[in-house]
Design a protein around this ligand. Structure first.
Ligand code: HH2
Length: 317
């Protein structure tokens, strides 16, 4: 069977149960509706076909992001970086508020001032790459959409600002719903799960249902396990290992592991900008499980790695 109409296949399914050991069963034993969710080709996302892994390049227009904070705060630097990234990325994700552990909140005015003019300038300059706005706030998202953004990427999965879901529904734009446990300021204080993979799955399932109830079509929703958002290094590793489970939600999956702390932990790379190789390794691990989109700082390097991974595995040209 083909996984999500993509480039991976399977002939068995692992059944996970909170109260029993995992067991492998042949596809013939899998209920029809579960199999349909796992196999159905995903609709295009923001006009992108999901028949191969897509790259989302990160552009943080912030003074304090954990990895690229302060580097692209001036409009000139942001524009240069976005144009450079567009050579390798399918989507450019623009954010004006750091959500790193312990980050402080930014006002709507400041976040809008950082992001909307950059998006407008990119569009005025003729850039056609899909742009997502990385925000939890409806006013910031609205200004970004007016300026030419195509996608809303919300690390709170529409849980922070009650007006953001209705805005997404009204505008008919695609949205990324990311799982997070707790608010950025405190989320790394002793995060706990009974079973991290199943807890995140169930939480995302509820978020997708809530979004649908607001009138957001499932075909416009992508899900993201939220690496590093209220998770220990072990939690992150368990989520990356079990990524293919999330295909059961019937939505495209986005994975954002780039340069995060667990890459430093397992990769023995203290400085965030020394974590590119480990980030590429995790992006390839995602591609191997059929993850349709990976969010990265190092777009050119990840693109090269994905091209080779694709060619070696016999992917279509
Ligand atoms: N991670 C960050 C921000 N936005 N969005 C999605 N969908 N998935 C993620 O994993 C994700 C995200 C945090 O990383 P970064 O933007 O590099 O840092 P900061 O929040 O410090 O700006």
């Amino acid at each position: 069977m083909t996984l999500a109409g993509g480039w991976c296949w399977f002939d068995r399914v692992e059944v996970l149960d909170r109260n029993a050991a995992p067991r492998l069963v042949p596809v013939a034993e899998v209920p029809g509706e579960v199999l349909a969710r796992l196999t159905a080709p995903r609709p295009d996302f923001a006009g992108l076909r999901l028949d191969r892994p897509r790259l989302m390049g990160i552009l943080n227009v912030t003074p304090d992001s954990f990895s690229d904070g302060g580097k692209f705060l001036s409009a000139d630097h942001a524009l240069t970086q976005a144009r450079e990234m567009a050579k390798a990325a399918d989507i450019i994700d623009i954010g004006g508020e750091s959500t790193r552990p312990g980050a402080v909140d930014v006002s709507v005015e400041e976040e809008t001032r950082r992001t909307a003019p950059v998006i407008a300038a990119l569009r005025a300059g003729g850039l056609q790459t899909v742009i997502s706005i990385d925000t939890r706030k409806s006013a910031v998202a609205e200004a970004a959409l007016r300026a030419g953004a195509d996608v809303v990427n919300d690390v709170s999965a529409l849980g922070f600002d009650a007006d953001l879901g209705p805005l997404v529904a009204r505008e008919g734009v695609p949205v990324v719903l990311m799982h997070a446990q707790g608010a950025p300021a405190t989320m790394q204080d002793n995060p706990r799960y009974s079973d991290v993979l199943l807890d995140v799955y169930d939480a995302l399932e509820a978020k997708v249902a809530a979004a649908e109830a607001l009138g957001i079509a499932r075909s416009r929703i992508a899900v993201d396990p939220g690496i590093g958002f209220g998770k220990t290094a072990e939690h992150n590793l368990a989520l990356v290992r079990g990524l293919s489970l999330f295909h059961g939600l019937g939505c495209p999956i986005l994975l954002g592991a780039s340069r995060k702390r667990f890459i430093g932990t397992y990769g023995q790379a203290e400085a965030p900008d020394a974590r590119m190789p480990g980030s590429v390794a995790v992006a390839l691990a995602g591609a191997a499980q059929g993850v349709q989109m990976v969010r990265v700082h190092d777009a050119a390097e990840t693109r090269q790695a994905l091209r080779l991974w694709w060619a070696v595995n016999g992917g279509a040209a």
